[in-house]
Write a protein that binds this ligand. Structure first.
Ligand code: FES
Ligand code: FES
Length: 218
């Protein structure tokens, strides 16, 4: 068997070979000289159309200078750090981003913040507090109206808007054919909440929670 000196040489050889291999792999075969690599363009703020907009969010006014293309959802999440409002599809298909804009529910991913100068917004953070929950927040907990919880802020904001629509007699597809005020029923609630997708499939518990607050028997 070899001595400890032979073992040391053997280990050093292995390290040398390994280091050489790593250098070969990491060095680009046809790397251009550093001088040939174009410098990244500086992001000139002058070239980005931007506007100043004031929004009242959960009772607090905020004046922001935004790239005109900034969605209301990104304004809430990225600029105001109100991350309770979730980004699911970013295409108006899941309802995870639902907030209340001047009392009406809206998919915040589908609208630009600069279109809403002076608007009053309510997000999930403005509906209740951990010690003083909004009745719908309490009902969602009581009825297990969620699993992962990702859709829940949008579901609750949407439910607040839907119950207000019912109070004001705003028709839905289900009730549009009725001559009287919209019928308060679980079917009506399901229809009104159909824009809010729950990938965990907690729908029956969500309907139970909203029904309790609305006073509907399921
Ligand atoms: S993130 Fe807005 S509808 Fe899905
Ligand atoms: S609770 Fe998971 S998506 Fe609705």
């Amino acid at each position: 068997m070899g001595s400890s000196d032979e073992l040391a040489i053997s280990r050093r050889d292995v390290l040398i070979v390994g280091a050489a291999s790593a250098a070969t792999v990491s060095a680009p075969v046809h790397a251009a000289p550093a001088a040939d690599v174009p410098a990244p363009q500086a992001n000139s703020s002058a070239s980005v159309p931007s506007s100043s907009v004031t929004l009242e969010v959960n009772g607090t006014p905020h004046t922001l200078t935004l790239d005109n293309r900034t969605s209301l959802l990104d304004t809430l999440r990225e600029h105001l750090h109100l991350t309770g409002t979730k980004k699911g599809c970013d295409h108006g298909q899941c309802g995870a981003c639902t907030v209340l804009l001047d009392g009406e529910r809206i998919n915040s991913c589908l609208t630009l913040a600069v279109m809403h100068q002076g608007a009053k917004l309510t997000t999930i953070e403005g509906l209740g507090t951990p010690t003083q929950l909004h009745p719908l927040q309490a009902a969602f907990i009581q009825h297990d109206g969620y699993q992962c919880g990702y859709c829940t802020p949008g579901q609750i904001c949407s439910a607040v808007g839907a119950l207000d629509e019912l109070r004001r007699g705003v028709p839905s597809h289900v009730s549009a054919s009725l001559s009287e005020r919209p019928l308060l029923s679980a079917e009506e609630l399901r229809e009104r909440m159909s824009g809010n997708i729950c990938r965990c499939g907690a729908y029956s518990n969500i309907v139970e929670a909203i029904s309790e607050v609305a006073g509907v028997r399921t």
